[in-house]
Design a protein around this ligand. Structure first.
Ligand SMILES: [Zn+2]
Length: 53
């Protein structure tokens, strides 16, 4: 067994600005908002910038 710190280490970060998102790595992609296939996890702001005009 390995000891891992589950506090902050496991949150997905926005691939654009690096901000932590509300989703941890074990949340399935299809249950996340603001996930872009190809790019990765985005935060709300970056997602809106990219996809909403
Ligand atoms: Zn972002």
């Amino acid at each position: 067994m390995t000891k891992t710190d589950k506090q902050n280490c496991c949150m997905e970060k926005c691939v654009i600005c690096g901000k932590e998102t509300e989703y941890s790595y074990d949340v399935p992609i299809n249950e996340r908002k603001y996930y872009s296939e190809g790019a990765g996890q985005l935060c709300e702001k970056c997602y809106i910038k990219l996809y909403v005009k």
